[in-house]
Every structure is written in structure tokens, then in C-alpha cells.
Design a protein around this ligand. Sequence first.
Ligand SMILES: *[C@@H]1O[C@H](CO)[C@@H](O)[C@H](O)[C@H]1NC(C)=O
Ligand SMILES: *[C@@H]1O[C@H](CO)[C@@H](O)[C@H](O)[C@H]1NC(C)=O
Length: 234
Amino acid sequence: MATSFIIFLVALMILALIPKNHAIFSRTISKEELGIKENDEKQTHLTLYYHDTLSGSNPTSIPIAKANSTDKSATMFGALAMMDDPLTEGPELTSKLVGRAQGLYGFADQQVSALVMIMNFYLLEGEFNGSTLSILGRDAMSDNVREMPVVGGTGSFRFAKGYVQAKTHTFHPKTGDAIVLFDVYVNHGSTVIGQSDAGSTGSSSTNAAPSPTQQTLPIIIMSFLFIIIFLCIF
Ligand SMILES: *[C@@H]1O[C@H](CO)[C@@H](O)[C@H](O)[C@H]1NC(C)=O
Ligand SMILES: *[C@@H]1O[C@H](CO)[C@@H](O)[C@H](O)[C@H]1NC(C)=O
């Protein structure tokens, strides 16, 4: 009886020792394992001025594509532009650079002038240096306040959710140059344990999944304990 049980446990150990060469596709993990402290969500409000410059010798926003029908459209439907626009602390382009708005916008409405905005706010200042916020939304340019969702983020803004409110500060109809005030309201995922430099986005090693050996180790230890207990009893 005892012998057969020991044989069973030894077989279990051998099975556990066989290397599993497949990756683990899906598993549930704790916040701690992700490096997130419990109940440590933050709300952040950023105020940024966005400079979309089409004119001059150094435009930061350039047309990249349009449809044949775009020129006939009153709303420029089908035109696409890509931007790498400075984000500054104040309304003047010369004020402190705090980030860049990188992405593209397209004229997406056939009735009124409205854009689809697809962009990352790449921040360059303080605790947010190197972190990004991803914004995806509709910008009806003639509205006083345009609200767009913040759909995610990286670095200090991991797990970000929120919204922005965009208000035109100045607009030059002749050139299309615009300065827009962005109020960003974001709820995000807090201090990351072992990541003192909140801006660094590349520390994936601290969040590495346990290796298969780490997972089978408890089974092996349990088996050994069972064997020792059995040898003591019989
Ligand atoms: C767009 O215009 C060009 C040049 O006039 C023409 O060769 C092309 O077939 C047009 N494309 C479409 C989708 O109508
Ligand atoms: C932001 O981070 C970059 C790269 O680590 C660094 O070169 C730069 O000085 C930082 N800027 C600020 C304002 O801290």
C-alpha cells in the first residue's frame, strides 16, 4: 500500500520535472505581480497648448493623402495629415516644451468639418517624461469645446482612462495654423513597484511571467514532503 503510493508520488514528480516547452497563453495575475500597489489610482489634470503648424518652411503637420473627391468636398472629406506638434506649457510656441502630439488626423465627416484624431501625447517633462497618452476621438473644429477619449497610456500612464477637452486658442483660416488648449483629465495606474523612474517604459523584466520550472517547483516540494511523511509513518 505504502509502496504503491510512493511509486505514484515518484511518478508525479517525474511528470512535474518534464520540461514544458509551450508558453503559457493566459493566466490570471494579481495587481502586485503587475507591479501595481493596491488602491493607488491617481487622477491627473494636464494643461497643454498644442501647436498645429501647416505654414512656413518647418511645418509640424503635413498632408499625406487625400481622395480624388476631396477637392470637391466642402468638408475636405478624405484628406489625411500627419503631425508631430509641440505641446507647450503656455500659449506661445516659445514657452516651455512639455511634450509632442504625434499621430494623424483625417477629415471624417461629409456634412460638417470634423476630424478623426488618432494621436499620442508623448510627454517630456518631470515625472511624465517618456510616458505617453493615446487619444482617439472626434474633433468637430467649429465647436467651442471638443471632447475626446484618452484610451490608454504607457509609463506613468499605464492603465490610463480619461478624456481631453480641446478649445481653439487661435486659428488662422488662411494658413490653417492653429493653437489649441488641451485639458487632459486622466485616471491612471499609480506607482509601479520597483520602477522609481516613472518615465521608463522598458522595465519588462520586473514583470516577467514565472518560468515553467518556478510553477512546477511547489509540486516537487509537496511530493518530497509526502514521501518523507510516508517513510516516517511506515
Ligand atoms: C483619381 O484620379 C486619377 C487622375 O485623374 C485617376 O487616374 C484615378 O483613376 C482616379 N481614381 C479614382 C478612384 O477615381
Ligand atoms: C527626459 O528623459 C530624457 C531621456 O531619459 C532625458 O534625456 C531628458 O533630459 C529628460 N528631460 C527632463 C526634462 O527631465
